[in-house]
Design a protein around this ligand. Structure first.
Ligand code: ACO
Length: 325
């Protein structure tokens, strides 16, 4: 049996910090409203980095922490909803920047569940025997698809990238169980249009608006609480684990109140949920990767500890992975 271990992690966020007070200069909001409703105090907003730039930095750090070279990487999977180009994929651009010549590369889109989807996809390639080492990246420059006049969305998000290197192993550790789900019938509660139809048959009276995230906040909140609670329960059952077995949970970092309710509903102490949303806001496909990298760097994660990665996002999508560290 081939096991799949995480052998390295890395992350990158832009230097430029935007506080809640900074946002209150742009829209009618306040630090008090944002902090009490979400737990977010500040976020990083790119002033120069592209999506591929951030992905590349996070990838380099993950490869370094794994103690391998770029030539060991056989596949790069990049989860993003904010690529720099329709083509090439961000994964291909990063492959070129890394000079990881032996690697295949592709992007996937599962919105804020993207990192979990990419990890599960990577693990399937490893378990099947096709590849031994896969680089997974979650990255979003979400600031470029925000409407900076819409206070109901622009206060929530930030830019960044997280990465992990997954490796085949004979040692019985690593990914224990995983689950993914999608519900396309709910896409109207959270979406961002792409470019509109444009060809000689189409005439617009006005120039179409720049695409930006549209969200029914309370519907997303309800979906998040239900799907994250159910997904944690499912992955624990699949892994023959109990809530007590879990040392840490790394949830998608959208809102402190969502995580509080999930912890209560799941009977899992809130202290087990690693959180950094206060500093970065919701970094979409990147959030779980960044949080995992920070958790690893705390040194609190010991060999043999059980952790759960769990995400939810546009689609609507959700998913979780149980890992023995
Ligand atoms: N500042 C001040 N007031 C605001 C702001 C703001 N930034 N945004 C909304 N308001 C106002 C509203 O206009 C409304 O005013 P009204 O009562 O006069 O009409 C009032 O605050 C309450 O608005 P609600 O939408 O009811 O606020 P709620 O308590 O639901 O909190 C929030 C809104 C924080 C967005 C919450 O619904 C939430 O967190 N939802 C989940 C969102 C989420 O996680 N999205 C990311 C999904 S992941 C992905 O894939 C991208």
């Amino acid at each position: 049996m081939r096991h799949v271990n995480i052998i390295g992690t890395g992350s990158y966020t832009p230097d430029n910090t935007m506080s809640n007070d900074d946002i209150a200069k742009l829209v009618d909001t306040s630090d008090e409203w944002i902090t009490s409703r979400t737990g977010i105090r500040e976020r990083r907003i790119s002033t120069k980095e592209s999506t591929a730039d951030m992905a590349y930095e996070a990838a380099k750090r993950a490869i370094k922490s794994a103690g391998i070279t770029v030539d060991d990487i056989e596949l790069i999977i990049c989860a993003t909803i904010t690529p720099d180009y329709f083509m090439p994929s961000v994964a291909c651009t990063v492959q070129g920047m890394l000079m990881a010549h032996k690697s295949a590369a592709f992007d996937l889109n599962a919105a804020c569940t993207g990192f979990v989807y990419a990890m599960v996809t990577a693990s399937q390639f490893i378990q099947s025997g096709m590849y031994n080492k896969v680089l997974v990246i979650g990255v979003d420059t979400i600031s470029k698809i925000l409407d900076w006049q819409d206070r109901s969305t622009c206060v929530l998000f930030g830019d960044g990238a997280g990465a992990a290197v997954l490796s085949a192993s004979d040692i019985k550790r690593g990914i224990i169980a995983s689950t993914l789900s999608s519900d396309g019938s709910k896409q109207s509660i959270l979406y961002c249009e792409a470019i509109p139809l444009a060809n000689p048959y189409i005439k617009y009276k006005e120039e179409p608006a720049r695409p930006s995230i549209k969200m029914q906040g309370q519907e997303v909140f309800k979906f998040a609480v239900r799907s994250v609670t159910d997904t944690i329960k499912k992955v624990l059952t699949m892994g023959n684990l109990t809530e007590e077995d879990v040392k840490f949970l790394v949830s998608h970092q959208a809102n402190r109140r969502i995580i509080d309710v999930v912890a209560k509903n799941s009977n899992i102490p809130i202290e087990k949920f690693y959180m950094n949303l206060e500093r970065y806001g919701n970094t979409s496909s990147a959030s779980i990767g960044i949080a995992l990298d920070e958790l690893v760097k705390t040194g609190d994660l010991k060999s043999g500890d059980i952790i759960i990665l769990v995400g939810f996002g546009g689609g609507m999508t959700s998913g979780a992975i149980a890992i023995e560290w």
